[in-house]
Design a protein around this ligand. Structure first.
Ligand code: GLU
Length: 279
């Protein structure tokens, strides 16, 4: 979208037509970077809407969870007050596209930093380290961890790292994918799937929301470094977001945000904060 700057400088007619086409494909319809939006006091931030303790849209229209707190803190450090933030739902499979199209300024949505995703977008962070795990009904006794999912139907979300992991490394497991984890839970409730798999912290949030109904089983079997996704190559914004994450941790706000959200809800011990990786 930097291309629009070239337009202001005045390029040839052919280039103009090309630029018009490129701009039309952009969601926000402007050429501004995250920091430029922040200067205007407005940011659009992608979060999950259905992950209790992490990113949730409440029935009264407010948003809560650890990712929401991280998003608000970062926005604040960029000079944007909470009422200047528009939260947009960022389902797992749409995250890179939302960023590439400029429909969001950045995404804080249980978003694992991976080399594959880095080909399309950049990440600040990590700001949290999770790991893949399994959620089953409380009465289930035959699934105890990744070693016992052969022949079982396991649900995950399209475009997520846990879905990729099952597909690649657990060929004897039937993978069912939906657009969101809450749809996977419906599948678990109805008996359509035997287990739901994603990051332990997400599953713990669901388990705590319905006490006695589900249980998280087995140890973490991957490492998921949660990053804040943003436009590839926007180094200036990335540096500022990395600074903000470090400040959130140093000031103890990170600890408190974790405790007050997923920590309390899912009875999760607050871990050590990770070190930001300025790759
Ligand atoms: N952290 C994993 C990922 O980024 C799973 C959680 C999610 O789908 O948001 O794909």
């Amino acid at each position: 979208m930097r291309i629009n700057r070239a337009l202001r400088l005045g390029v040839g007619a052919i280039a103009l037509a090309l630029i018009a086409a490129t701009t039309a494909a952009c969601g926000s319809g402007d050429d501004k970077t995250t920091l430029e939006h922040a200067e205007e006091g407005k940011l659009t931030i992608g979060i999950k809407f259905d992950q209790p303790g992490l990113g949730q849209r409440n029935t009264d229209g407010t948003y809560s969870g650890f990712d929401v707190e991280v998003a608000k803190y970062v926005a604040g450090k960029l000079g944007v007050a909470p009422d200047g933030i528009t939260f947009k739902e960022a389902p797992s499979a749409q995250r890179e596209t939302l960023i590439e199209n400029g429909q969001v300024d950045f995404i804080v949505a249980t978003y694992s930093i991976t080399d594959q995703r880095k080909e399309k977008i950049d990440f600040a962070g990590p700001y949290y380290v999770a790991g893949q795990s399994l959620l089953v009904k409380a009465g289930n006794t035959d699934i105890t961890g990744p070693g016992s999912i052969a022949g079982k139907t396991v649900c995950s979300v399209k475009g997520s790292t846990p879905a990729q992991n099952i597909e690649k490394n657990y060929p004897d497991t039937q993978l069912q994918t939906y657009d969101t984890y809450s749809l996977c839970l419906e599948g678990l409730n109805s008996g359509a799937v035997d287990a739901v798999t994603t990051d332990d912290i997400i599953l713990a949030g669901y388990a705590s929301q319905s006490p006695g109904r589900y249980k998280v089983v087995g140890e973490r079997f991957t490492t998921e470094n949660y990053g804040i996704g943003l436009m590839r190559g926007d180094q200036e914004s990335r540096d500022r977001i990395n600074d903000a994450i470090e400040e959130m941790i140093a000031e103890g706000v990170w600890n408190k945000a974790f405790q007050d959200s997923v920590g309390r809800a899912a009875n999760y011990q607050t871990p050590e904060a990770p070190k930001v990786d300025r790759y």
